[in-house]
Design a protein around this ligand. Sequence first.
Ligand SMILES: Cc1ncc(C[n+]2csc(CCOP(=O)(O)OP(=O)(O)O)c2C)c(N)n1
Ligand SMILES: [Mg+2]
Length: 587
Amino acid sequence: MKLSDAVLNFLAAKGVEKCFSVTGGAAAHIFDSLSRSSIETIHMHHEQSCAMAADGYARIAKKPALVVITNGPGVSNAITGVLGAFQDSIPMIVISGQVPTTQMLSNSGGAKRQFGVQEVETGPLVSSIVKYFVCIQHESELQEQLNHAWEFATTGRPGPVWIEIPLNIQAREVEQIQMTAILSTDTTPRYRECIEAINSSRKPILVIGAGVHTSNSENELIRFATLLRIPVVSTWGANDIFPAEHSLYLGNFGILGNRIPNIAVQESDLLLILGSRMSIPNTGYETKLFSPNSFKIMVNIDSDEMNKSSLEVNLAIESDLKKWLIHFPLEEIEKGEIFERWNSKLNSLSEEFGLHREEIIYEARKIDSYDVIECISKLIESDATLVTDMGTSFTCTMQAFRNLHKTRLFTSSGTSSMGFGLPGAIGAYFADPKRPIYLIAGDGGFQMNLQELQTVKYHRIPIKIIILNSDGYLAVSIMQQNLFEGKFVGSNPQSGLDSPRFTKIAKAFGIKSREALTKKKLERYLRKIRKRQSGYLLEVQISSKQLMRPRSQSLRKSDGTMYSKGIEVMWPFLSQKDLDFIQSKLG
Ligand SMILES: Cc1ncc(C[n+]2csc(CCOP(=O)(O)OP(=O)(O)O)c2C)c(N)n1
Ligand SMILES: [Mg+2]
């Protein structure tokens, strides 16, 4: 059979069901094969969106999607989306076409920039953002390389792999590809040392990260925490594991987290870090000030993450999280009651120092973003998927969204690329069309991939899009206000940047839309659009004075250098009376 048919048969047999794609001549045979394949292709309007959609797809479907693109600009366009998947450990199979082998730069005899039509050398561009890159130069390599690539994408710490197939090779005759067995590796769980550390702790905190999703161990994790009675804090990638109401769940921690989760982490004597790489937004910029008195146990599939200069891990356990959780001897933990008391103290402080205490800004015809997120928390279905873009839509949602029982909440948090939201949500929709799908995006980020409104229209995707329009880059103007005395550059209309009305844009794409100018109206419209079977865009104006609060912010010394405090110090700063009260409770 034709080689491109064999490739798609192999992937279909592995369970791949969806492909996100922009067509092009260098991948002509692969597209021809896709037209016969059981893999459904969704044709999008930008290669970046294809990779981002495949990312969103994999987060919900828990398996990789395929991205098929052409060479040259198809490759360079896809890079940001693939980078996001690499940094967030999302499996993905990218196949790009290439000019015939005889016309490739490497066979030009000396040219350095380009030889074949529309050609760029893909390997050097993408090798550092994928787990595996291969250019299939001969049909005899196919079987081994495809099996290899699949294994790289889906085992260990997952991530994207990239297979380049030159046009002449795509059409070669090959036999059906045989699958080779994937061997699982053994790990040392070090339960004894963990149990000793847990049993001698008085203030343990369970830190959970996106690895809980990647390892498919959400249920095991909840059971583990519930039986151990250890309070839980989460990173952005794991804010949707526990329902907000769960008695052990304190919330999101980090520089834009919540006050009590941050204080809990800083006060703790034992951090049990499961499936998190402990990024700087979690430890704070001044990493030496992070949780100074705790013994740190980290369970991670990627040993490199446990040797970083930002965190001294006292007990590093390289393991698949699911396996580790399933076999953990829970009956050997002795401290249930002590942990319960620690948890109830933290819980009562959370009641007192939760987000509701923070000041809300009221301005005519504008809605505070925290009010928007509160409305969304109240009104969306419990089995909804909520995807965000960057800026306020990301940080405010992560801080304020109250997770329900089965809600999924995500964005491309490692790379944080503006424009992820819409294609990411489209991918999530194709992974499970039965889940209600919502997107929250800012005016800036949404403009970076709004061409995909046409994909929404074409496929009649019933996505509900909420645009927080700040008429500019609020995240940037807040930083400029804070560190540069309000000398704005390219962040608002006064400094060279503004935004259109999105209701008008939606109309151009044939998508129904409405603007909500008050919280009441927003609630009413949200209730109404829930039931709609087609896409809908709701535009909300948020104040350009909107602040992210609380947050631990960088400060500038008189000589211009920046510095930060520990993550427990959050602006607006608490009074001495409040701080004394917290200390007296936790002491
Ligand atoms: C591709 C990309 N370019 C630049 C940035 C830096 N950046 C982060 S947030 C932000 C502003 C986002 O504006 P908007 O989407 O309107 O959200 P807002 O902050 O206004 O709520 C910028 C420019 C980024 N994250 N991604
Ligand atoms: Mg904005």
